[in-house]
Design a protein around this ligand. Sequence first.
Ligand SMILES: NC(=O)c1ccc[n+]([C@@H]2O[C@H](COP(=O)([O-])OP(=O)(O)OC[C@H]3O[C@@H](n4cnc5c(N)ncnc54)[C@H](O)[C@@H]3O)[C@@H](O)[C@H]2O)c1
Ligand SMILES: [Zn+2]
Length: 368
Amino acid sequence: MLRIHVNTSSEYNVLLERGLLSTIDRYIDHDARKLCIVSDETVASLYGGKEHALYQALEKAGFQVFTYTFPAGEASKNIQTVTDLLQFLTGMQFTRKDRLIALGGGVTGDITGFTASIYMRGIGYYQIPTTLLAAVDSSIGGKTGVNLEAGKNLAGTFWQPKGVFFDPEVLQTLDQTQLLNGMAEIIKMGFICDKSLLYDAVHGGRNQHGPVIFQDADALMRLVAKAIQDKLSIVEQDERESGARALLNYGHTLGHAIEKCSGYQVPHGFAVATGMYYTARACDKVEWTNRPCADITEQTLRFFGYPLDCPYAAWQLAEAATNDKKSDGVNITLSVPEDLGKCVLRPLPAEQLVLFFECGLEMNNDDH
Ligand SMILES: NC(=O)c1ccc[n+]([C@@H]2O[C@H](COP(=O)([O-])OP(=O)(O)OC[C@H]3O[C@@H](n4cnc5c(N)ncnc54)[C@H](O)[C@@H]3O)[C@@H](O)[C@H]2O)c1
Ligand SMILES: [Zn+2]
């Protein structure tokens, strides 16, 4: 078993092990009497039902186990789902000693964490991520939230879980797009602060021809552990995002703009990969990098099969990005590479963002 100790405002462990779902009762707080497994319908039918190992292990250990499910997808990440879950918990007479279990991807983790943070002014919850993205990113760091009509993640809290449990076997039912969504966040951690992770991601599988790491559960689990440690090293310095945590946005300013311009047709991880690539190009051009980073960024991302297409004009992207909540209207704080495996924060006046994007994209046009 891999165990990572988390040292934030509350302390807990991230545990990673194959088959962990069937032994999970050992790690749940036995002061709790009732547990509610929260998951979307897809994940519930794969891992969350009475016939599955998780439910059975918890019931056998003497917990009273409840399940709450909602339709899969980002559209469920709203206040109504939170209200319904709160009502379910009051109906089942959950007390502050009882616990929620988020079994699923980032949508489930965000809804469950947010609900846990406000139910009776806060009850404990556990994260059991079932997507690669949730394992390395959304289940780590204690950010919770739901979307409002005005935008994504606009209502939220910081509420650390009591534990995060990752069983890599759940990844077997994910498709390639979902795996690549998570891998983009792993590679991102490498570019931000961990060159060795990039090496492991590319060479960590059985050979160097294609991303075989997806077929090697143990190598993938070690890579996930590394990405989690890297994310935590930043979160532990700045739990509430007043500084260093913004480094985690590498590729996201441009990535969110690409997602938005595509009408959310481009999956998040693919948009972030493209965002990292063009950001690296722009940084090389304006000489913010100590040595060129764009080529190695491109090679690494293409190795995993990200297309890195950006058919939008710089002005369209800048317009989409300046509406983003990461901008204060005057300056945008960009997470940018200074070297391979090292990002830094740089404020940029909002009106210069279009020029910055042009630098990345212009080189693109020169190539053709
Ligand atoms: N809180 C944070 O710090 C943070 C960080 C990054 C992203 N997020 C949020 O995470 C969300 C995206 O997460 P996601 O990509 O995991 O989305 P998701 O939770 O919607 O999961 C993606 C899809 O995969 C399915 N699925 C989940 N696990 C599966 C499995 N093991 N096998 C088969 N199908 C499975 C789900 O049913 C869903 O349809 C966004 O809402 C984003 O805002 C939050
Ligand atoms: Zn992301």
